[in-house]
Design a protein around this ligand. Structure first.
Ligand code: ADP
Ligand code: MG
Length: 502
């Protein structure tokens, strides 16, 4: 009996059959993919070309498993990693950190807080391989376009893919860098036996690097070209009418805005005219009073400067301690309230409670705490904590929500859990906004702390109250001058810090 010669064809790495995708539902939506079928052999490079809007990125999104198709089938032999056209790196994190993000899908949350040495070594080796060994610790936002592209490639390789999807990997690069990146992708493909599916807009680049080129138009593959061959027309896709964009009527400024402006003007006019008659007399009285606040040369030496300075320091300590404690309470609360961090079911009641909480002024908190813990600085500190928590939590959750960037989505695609995305993509992006909110709160609390003393919560406000009660106007003037100096000093220090973190 003759032995049967079994020549099994190698199964394709990518097989797409009759793939359709309609955004916004099959009826009336945009048909981004229309019965697309293709196969890519293992280790081959398929380039997809076509005009903008022809469905290239949509096809990659379906292949990456991030977009459910409306119809058809996708078969993939192995793990997929995608390089986005806009890279979706975390700009404030270093090149090394961004490449390490590629390992999040296989690490537990605890292990990803401090990446294992083996993963670090791999990430470093990958960065060296893509030619960035000298920029390991550079924040990605300081890298050039070509360098950032290399980081994105290294992050994708860190995922150990069998199939690499590269969406316009050289679109934003100069010709020299574009050729270098394409050569790098090709070399990496051969070294690692990767299957590469790239989207390119330059036919010459595609011809130079790809084994096969398909051209898409209106969601269809309209021609196909093997390396060195001539393009083969598959369907007359180009004959389809282009989708015209709907024309919208020009937008007029809302009448609500005009109404609100009119109301505001009418209200202010009313207030001003009522006050008009008494203004002149009151101004003269105010000037005379202000003059009493300026101590003469003799009185200057009688003012207890030492005691006042100590009280001022106490006030500053109240403000800093109150803000610090409030930050510690507000951070976890904000994480619970932020829509992109915790479930809405938890966030909504937290936000509602905070809205009520913020309605209570700091002076009322001070009165309550003076009643609860007695006169003195601690009542002031507690009052500032209670008051600041309401505002800081709001600032913080807004910062977290504002930091939900496409990079966080890219980490989800890599397989990062919610907490991992928070730590690696949301937190570093939110950091400048968090710092700005804390600085603002310190500035605010220095002012608030000096007022709280008036109701018995210690510090310079207490001295101010005594001086006013005793009509000691020289001392009142001195206290106000000290406060002004302190507030200006705090503001300029925080402005300097703000400039550094921006
Ligand atoms: P290409 O990458 O070839 O430029 P895309 O795949 O991005 O094209 O888009 C194909 C079509 O699908 C376009 O008409 C685009 O406007 C539409 N489209 C893409 N993404 C979305 C989306 N998330 N929602 C609705 N329409 C989309
Ligand atoms: Mg695209």
């Amino acid at each position: 009996m003759r032995p049967a010669l079994a020549i099994r064809p190698v199964p394709p790495a990518v097989r797409v059959t009759d793939l359709s995708l309609a955004y916004g539902g099959a009826r009336g939506g945009v048909a981004a993919l229309d019965r697309v079928s293709l196969e890519v052999a293992p280790g081959a490079h398929l380039a997809i070309i076509g005009p903008s809007g022809s469905g290239k990125s949509s096809l990659l999104a379906v292949l990456a498993g991030r977009q459910a198709p409306s119809g058809g089938r996708v078969e993939l032999a192995g793990r997929v990693a995608r390089i986005h056209q806009d890279l979706r790196l975390v700009p404030r994190a270093t090149a090394l950190a961004n490449v390490l993000h590629g390992s999040l899908g296989r690490l537990s949350f605890a292990r990803s807080l401090c990446f294992p040495p083996a993963e670090r070594a791999r990430a470093e080796a990958l960065l060296v391989r893509v030619g960035l060994g000298h920029r390991l610790h550079a924040p990605v936002r300081t890298l050039s376009g070509g360098e950032a592209q290399r980081v994105a490639i290294a992050r994708a390789l860190m995922q150990d893919p069998d199939i690499l999807l590269a969406d316009e990997p050289v679109a934003s690069l100069d010709p020299e860098n574009a050729a270098a990146i394409m050569a790098l992708l090709d070399d990496l493909r051969r070294e690692r036996g990767l299957t590469l599916v790239s989207v390119l807009h330059d036919l010459a680049l595609a011809e130079a690097h790809a084994d096969r080129i398909v051209e898409m138009r209106h969601g269809r593959i309209v021609s196909e070209q093997a390396r060195g061959g001539a393009p083969r027309l598959l369907r007359a896709g180009a004959a389809q009418p282009a989708c015209a964009a709907p024309t919208l009527p020009p937008r007029l400024p809302g009448w609500g805005l005009w109404l609100a402006a009119g109301l505001a003007i009418a209200l202010s006019a009313g207030v001003l005219s009522g006050a008009g008659a008494r203004t002149e007399h009151a101004a003269a009285e105010a000037l005379a009073f202000l003059a009493r606040l300026v101590p003469g040369p003799a009185a200057l030496s009688e003012i207890p400067w030492g005691g006042l300075l100590l009280s001022l320091v106490e006030t500053l300590r109240m403000a800093v301690l109150g803000t610090a404690l409030a930050v510690a309470v507000a951070l976890p609360l904000a994480a619970l309230a932020a829509r992109n961090v915790a479930p809405r079911l938890i966030g909504l009641p937290v936000r509602a409670a905070l809205n009520l909480w913020r309605a209570i002024p700091s002076i009322v908190w001070a009165l309550l705490f003076v009643a609860a813990v007695g006169l003195g600085t601690m009542a002031g500190v507690y009052a500032l904590v209670a008051y600041s928590v309401g505002y800081l939590t709001k600032f913080f959750y807004e910062a977290f929500e504002g930091a939900e960037t496409l990079a966080a989505g890219a980490l989800a695609e890599i397989g990062a859990s919610g907490p991992q995305r928070f730590v690696h993509a949301v937190w570093p992006v939110a950091l400048p906004a968090l710092a700005a909110a804390i600085l603002f709160m310190v500035e605010y609390n220095v002012r608030a702390a000096s007022v709280l003393g008036i109701v018995g919560a210690g510090g310079i406000g207490h001295e101010l109250k005594l001086a006013v009660d005793w009509s000691n106007w020289d001392v009142v003037g001195a206290i106000l001058a000290l406060l002004a100096v302190a507030v200006i000093a705090v503001d300029s220090v925080s402005a300097a810090v703000r400039r550094r973190i921006a």
